[in-house]
Ligand binder design. Structure first.
Ligand code: HEC
Length: 164
């Protein structure tokens, strides 16, 4: 056996491992969930959003170009950033299994939260900033606890009203 052969064998084994890893991830989290950690490498541009609420929802960055700090949430969110849309979908309807979470995200359109679940705006604010649901239970740690200003959270709620 020459050393050339050995190196090729190692490379093929590594490639096969990487391909298997990718396939297993896609199988486990779905295409959308598995792609999450790779979504936001570019800092968001304010000009692309029609409101502060939309910008925060989509990117986790507000119109003053401040990344909204949070506690809890998965590690990839700290590394690559992302907004509500990263886990609840751009349409807010949820149904996604975020990578590293092991839980399916709920629908957070205002109509669903307010009309179906009977949540008040204050309940929604508590869920988003404190991670506590309307019955006082802690939400799963996959849901980040967002340290948002009063204005920012009100703007996000206004945006949730636009999702239908
Ligand atoms: C890393 C993924 C992730 C991100 C990002 C995220 N969420 Fe969540 N969110 C979740 C998960 C998972 C749950 C469900 C937690 C549970 O059921 O215990 C949840 C629950 C919620 C709930 C409670 C819904 C209910 O029916 O009680 C609200 C409201 C919510 N999220 C709003 C937001 C908003 C607004 C943002 C953006 C500022 C956001 N989330 C960003 C994962 C995420």
């Amino acid at each position: 056996m020459n050393s050339r052969f050995n190196i090729n064998a190692v490379l093929i084994a590594l490639l096969a491992f990487a391909a298997g890893f990718l396939a297993a991830n896609i199988f486990h989290y779905g295409w959308e969930g598995s792609m999450m950690p790779y979504q936001q490498y570019r800092f968001p541009n304010k000009a692309e959003y029609s409101s502060n609420g939309e910008m925060i929802f989509m990117t986790g960055v507000n119109e003053r170009e401040e990344r909204i700090p949070f506690t809890a949430g998965p590690q990839w969110l700290y590394m690559h950033g992302g907004g509500c849309a990263s886990c609840h979908g751009a349409d807010g309807r949820g149904g996604i299994y975020p990578m590293m979470c092991g839980i399916r995200t709920p629908d957070i359109r205002y109509s669903t939260l307010a009309e179906m679940h009977g949540m008040s705006d204050e309940d929604i604010i508590r869920a988003v900033t404190k991670g506590v649901d309307d019955e006082g239970e802690q939400l799963d740690l996959c849901m980040p606890r967002w340290q948002m200003s009063e204005k920012d959270i009100r703007d996000v709620i206004e945006y949730l009203k636009q999702l239908s």
